[in-house]
Design a protein around this ligand. Sequence first.
Ligand code: MG
Length: 296
Amino acid sequence: MKILVVEDQRFTRRMLVRFLTNAGYAVEEAQDGCEAMEVLAREPIRFVITDWMMPCMSGLELIRAIRGRSLDRWVYVILLTARDEKSGIVEALDAGADDFIHKPFDNEELAVRIRAGQRIIELTERLERLAMTDPLTGLLNRRGLQETLAQSGSADAPLGCVVADIDHFKRINDARGHDRGDLVLKQIAELLRGLFEPDGIVARVGGEEFWLLLRNGTPAELCERVERARSIIAATVLTDGGGDPLNLTLSFGITAVPALQGRDITTLFKIADGALYASKQNGRNRVTCAAPDACP
Ligand SMILES: [Mg+2]
């Protein structure tokens, strides 16, 4: 875990950094709240230990900025303070501090308070992962994909947006029941994951609909990769858990660009969705590659 230490007094800052480093934490330093906000914008740090009195942006102002809308993630904050009057503590907690510790700090106390914070961060991260995951397949769900897209990669690299849909899946659910349908979905998810990760991202965004984000390859190569995946899946024998072997096909729509260059990724997925529709119209079990400037 990485901890950001914010303290204007060089001596105290050095002591804290040394203590935390010896305790096995990775550490970043900032000498006031302004610098701290720059570090937090640059690095996904979730743990901050901050002094109260500082020249540019006090500890309280920093906490308010962290709790405000300027950060996209939840951060745990311990406020270091020489004050010990009750009103100061009330003010700190009210501003959004999670914990506080008095200066000069006691090593043992600081260590256990950090571990307490670490437990809360781990729980938060676990909940965030759950909220972004499809429970059936373990793939990202729509929200997880959106979060990942928002943070992902350079706009200068080639990129393929793919919408895939299992052909005639309703027939499976109708004829064999939802439990068996779920088993089939899991196998398709595993196949897609094996074929496209780790270069790409696979998400389940609806019942039998998957969205994929592909990287590493020219647009033509990305289209070929999808075509290869389509034929591998069509040739794979699945099981529905009831003994009957099962062949399924997927229809795909893809649009690939050499670089995002200011394009909206949602628009690219809309174009891919239009291409998927064409695949369905033209007989299913096929890949349609749409030009990025095609009408959605
Ligand atoms: Mg100070």
